[in-house]
Design a protein around this ligand. Structure first.
Ligand code: NAD
Ligand code: UGA
Length: 479
């Protein structure tokens, strides 16, 4: 086993950045180069002001402060960093394919393939290539084929090993997840290569938490892990809808079933539906794989998890409309929270996107607040310009006849003149709102929809507002 001295990670995103930062913190004798084709992203990682890092993640700034330009470097100089590395992590995006074979379900592996080609062209000597991205089963075979094709030329004494080492971090808790993982999974064939990676993790992860499998099991375990987690959320949200109809309380049901040690208490919070860049994409990938192997019942079973999630998000916008006397057209609605969960600025697949789109489509005017998401990001996600940026007609009315939106600077501004307030992200500051003050801003009768069960019912109701908790339902109706 050769000791690894230089690591290159291709992809400086939500996984590559934090993962390498934690590795650099714990492996001071290894140099880490995190490279990306996106110059703007690399510039942000190198920004003097740490609040300008491209990713908001609690604890990340501190680690970057102590490692950046010591043994952790961010660069766009991909080829040079590849050529210096003994080990290369591929941590690029693997979104769902939009067109062509498998469109809408299969993962688009063009970025992974591009990385493999680049590694093949610029590596020197022996290099261990580690799949960090979430990949369909048997992707390692594709990577190996590309690398071995380069090997045939054998210009630089090339030889490669490919390992699978999927990442299980969750955004918002990434640093803690990386520092104290439940497990580290390594799939591979070559014992020497596996041991090289184990040696790195052993710097901070207890050895008993490192699980080794064959490469295909490792790839499939990552997809399965996300599918099982997402399945729990669709399961509890489906029961939440039934609770609202019957008068049961989903939190009580979750507590009652979660105490069964076979079920467990985690991941049973009803909410606005799961978001994030991975759950939907990874389940659809699993569905595609099952269909590919002719296992249609398996495919249908998992596709149901995504369908329920889509249905649930539309159900929430319909609920808002129903409570506002059947129409939201021309009404102002406050949206609290746009990121897909608290403690991240990531909005990918956030439930807020589909819920806001539905409400805008129905003609409402949204006043959106989020402590970390930028206005430009919301504009991109909704595909509708912010009210501030809309073209005005000669008589100064807004050109667009549909609803529209603007970003509010604070919660009070977001609540001005609204008929409804919808809490979609569990940002801690929303649980501390002074509802008596908010009541002065709104238009009565006002509904508050709490999709995250974070509000104090007595305070909301005490301020004279109506409250609907998703998965619980009717609290009071002053209207
Ligand atoms: P991301 O989009 O935030 O980052 C990927 C980066 O790769 C981008 O900055 C992009 O510019 C760069 N890139 C793509 N192709 C490149 C190339 N050929 N050369 C150089 N740079 C290139 O994605 P992410 O959220 O970090 O996810 C990466 C992978 O990790 C995905 O497969 C995802 O499923 C998986 N994953 C993500 C999470 C998460 O919480 N986001 C957790 C576990 C696993
Ligand atoms: C998820 C997994 O938890 C990670 O293990 C995995 O590495 C990652 O996907 C990935 O592969 O990308 P992440 O999407 O960052 O992590 O965040 P989660 O905490 O899993 O939340 C996902 C969504 O489910 C969020 O919208 C969240 O609000 C929602 N959720 C979560 C609920 O509605 N209820 C819950 O009880 C838990």
């Amino acid at each position: 086993m050769n000791k690894i001295k230089n690591i290159c990670c291709i992809g400086a995103g939500y996984v590559g950045g934090p993962t390498m930062a934690v590795m650099a913190k714990n492996c001071k004798d290894i140099v880490f180069n995190v490279v990306d084709a996106n110059k703007e992203r690399i510039d942000s990682w190198n920004h003097k002001n740490l609040s300008k890092l491209p990713i908001f993640e609690p604890g990340l700034e501190e680690i970057i402060r102590n490692t950046r330009n010591i043994n952790l470097f961010f660069s766009t100089n991909i080829n040079e960093c590849i050529s210096k590395a003994d080990m290369i992590f591929i941590s690029v995006n693997t979104p769902t394919k939009k067109t062509g074979l498998g469109a809408g379900k299969a993962s688009d592996l063009k970025w992974v393939e591009a990385c493999a080609r680049q590694v093949a062209s610029h590596s020197k000597n022996h290099t261990i290539v580690v799949e960090k991205s979430t990949l369909p089963v048997r992707t390692a075979e594709v990577i190996k084929k590309i690398l071995n094709a380069a090997n045939i030329k054998n210009e630089n004494n090339l030889s490669f090993d490919v390992l699978s080492n999927p990442e299980f971090l969750a955004e918002g808790t990434a640093i803690n997840d990386l520092e104290n993982p439940d497990r580290v999974l390594i799939g591979g064939e070559n014992e020497k290569a596996i041991n090289s990676l184990i040696e790195i993790y052993k710097n901070w992860v207890p050895e008993k938490k490192i699980i080794c499998t064959n490469i295909w099991s490792s790839e499939l375990a990552k997809l399965t892990s996300n599918a099982f987690l997402a399945q729990r959320i669709s399961s509890i949200n489906s029961i939440g809808a039934l609770c609202e109809a019957t008068g049961a309380d989903v939190r009580e049901v979750a507590r009652a079933i979660g105490t069964d040690s076979r079920i467990g208490s985690k991941f049973l919070d009803a909410g606005p539906g799961f978001g994030g860049s991975c759950f939907k994409k990874d389940i659809l990938n699993l569905v595609y794989l099952a269909e590919y192997y002719g296992l249609n019942e398996v495919a249908n079973f998992w596709e149901g998890v995504v369908k329920l999630n889509n249905w649930h998000q539309h159900r929430i916008s319909q609920l808002v409309s129903r409570k506002l006397f059947g129409t939201v057209s021309g009404k102002k609605i406050c949206i609290l929270g746009f990121s897909f969960k608290a403690n991240t600025n990531d909005t990918r697949e956030s439930a807020a996107i589909s819920i806001c789109k539905d409400l805008i489509e129905e003609g409402s005017h949204l006043q959106i607040h989020d402590p970390k998401v930028k206005e430009s990001q919301i504009e991109k996600d909704l595909g509708v310009k912010s009210l501030k940026n809309l073209t005005k007609t000669k008589n100064n009315s807004i050109y667009d006849t549909k609803g529209n939106w603007l970003k509010a600077d604070n919660v009070y501004q977001a609540c001005q003149g609204v008929d409804a307030i919808v809490v979609l992200t569990e940002w801690i500051e929303y649980s501390k709102i002074n509802w008596k003050s908010i009541a002065k801003e709104v238009r009565f009768p006002t509904w508050v929809f709490d999709a995250r069960s974070i509000l104090n019912s007595n305070e909301v109701l005490g301020a004279g507002l109506n409250l609907w908790k998703i998965g619980y339902g009717f609290n009071n109706d002053n209207s």
